[in-house]
Design a protein around this ligand. Structure first.
Ligand code: ADP
Ligand code: MG
Length: 410
């Protein structure tokens, strides 16, 4: 008889109980039902396949898009005593991992979609019992998603060779269109979708047209003495803004992928330890950073999508204390975005355009910002949240919206 999931949650993971929809997801997986779980970043998606991998016989195959992500997960799983392995190009112990899999000694096996879809891998999977296919970052399967990876499309034929092995697709960021696509592409029934709550009530959203970015962001720094992140669109912009915002009293640093890795690492570690530092960064900053007391996130320009905006602003106020997310945008952001869309492959343009229009609706609304965000993630929004710029200060029917409309409608 399989172990009771709640006792495994406590004994193996050391958590007193499930959070949010975790329990529901685990229940479906243990019942062998195909499932898509849409849960925000930090909600604890990994647990929903790790726990079944301990409870069920056989190995859980985890499809994951990034080597760094796999190795983080491997470390975390191994630390709590889960028998896990990764098969990536940088793993020198691949033969040993394969031997452990064949011997039935692995709970979890992490693999990238390119490797998973090879004939070799399919043959390997036939050699030992499987408990589950877990597909992390499942929005990568959809051209409508913001991060399409063609190799994810080759997963379904692999899974279909093992029809009795349950499937669990996981994503933080999927609009209605992308979700429908994930279900279809991975062969998961509609009733198998579970969506977690996306609201972050302690974050106050504000969105303002840009006039003087440096001054506007300097005002935010002055109002919020705690740690903060400023997202800037380019590497050069991060350095420029960091230099302009820095004062003898407030440390402001830049972070982008072009910095020397040692500098990047030091900046990140110092930021995590600091109680007042500001990091001016590209979107490369933030993934996997666990800093609960970020008091503000400012955007110096338009994010890539509502999903990106939600994810980036979501780094504020993880401790539940009040935090603000302030976005500054200009009509030129939309012009540039439209130009970029004109340059991508034709079949991806409708998705990109829909993403831009959704952002347009968010910045131009005179109504509740949170309502737009939550509706985007399929939740029933409140009429008024009481904690965004428009709810706190209802705008007179003004022309800011006209400016936006003009640039959006073309
Ligand atoms: P996601 O993939 O959804 O972004 P993770 O799986 O990385 O989130 O989990 C985020 C954090 O939440 C991790 O530190 C994890 O240990 C923690 N966590 C997960 N489930 C629980 C739980 N039931 N109780 C407390 N902490 C949890
Ligand atoms: Mg995750």
């Amino acid at each position: 008889m399989p172990a009771d999931p709640v006792s495994v949650l406590q004994s193996t993971f050391g958590f007193p109980g499930f959070r949010g929809v975790q329990g529901q997801v685990v229940e479906r997986v243990l019942a062998g039902q195909r499932t898509l779980a849409v849960m925000p970043t930090g909600a604890g998606k990994s647990l929903t396949y790790q726990l079944p991998s301990v409870v069920l016989d056989g190995t859980c195959i985890v499809i994951s898009p990034l080597i760094a992500l796999m190795h983080d997960q491997l470390r975390a799983a191994t630390a709590v005593g889960i028998r896990a392995g990764t098969l990536t190009s940088v793993d020198e112990n691949r033969q040993e991992t394969i031997a452990r899999f064949r011997a039935g000694e692995l709970d979890l096996l992490y693999v990238a979609p390119e490797r998973a879809s090879s004939g070799h891998f399919r043959d390997l999977l036939a050699q030992a019992p499987l408990s589950l296919f877990a597909i992390d970052e499942a929005h990568c399967v959809s051209e409508w998603g913001h991060d399409f990876r063609p190799d994810y499309r080759l997963l379904r034929p692999l899974f279909d060779q093992f029809p009795d092995v349950p499937r669990l697709a996981l994503t933080a960021t999927a609009d209605a269109h992308t979700r429908a696509d994930i279900l279809e592409q991975l062969g998961i029934p509609e009733e198998g979708m579970i969506v977690a709550g996306f609201d972050r009530p302690n974050i106050r959203y504000a969105i303002t047209p840009r006039d003087n970015t440096t001054r506007q962001i300097a005002d935010i720094l002055a109002e919020h003495p705690g740690p903060g992140i400023v997202y800037a669109p380019t590497r050069a912009a991060t350095e420029r803004l960091a230099a302009a915002l820095s004062t003898p009293k407030r440390e402001v640093r830049a972070y982008h992928a072009g910095l020397d890795p040692a500098v990047r690492q030091r900046n990140q570690a110092d930021f995590v330890a600091s109680e007042d530092m500001v990091m001016v960064a590209t979107v490369a900053f933030g993934m996997g950073i666990d800093k609960p007391d970020v008091r503000f996130v400012a955007h110096a320009g338009l994010p890539k999508s509502i999903e990106g905006y939600y994810q980036e602003t979501g780094r504020a106020g993880r401790d539940g204390d009040p935090a603000v997310a302030h976005l500054f945008w200009g009509a030129d952001d939309f012009a540039r975005a439209r130009q970029r869309i004109g340059e991508v492959e034709p079949e991806r343009q409708p998705g990109e355009r829909a993403r831009l229009n959704a952002l347009g609706a968010l910045v131009e609304t005179a109504g509740c910002r949170r309502a737009i965000l939550l509706a985007h993630f399929g939740e029933t929004p409140p009429d008024s949240c009481g904690n965004c710029d428009n709810c706190l200060n209802p705008p007179a029917a003004v022309d800011a919206t006209e400016t936006a409309r003009k640039f959006l409608s073309a």
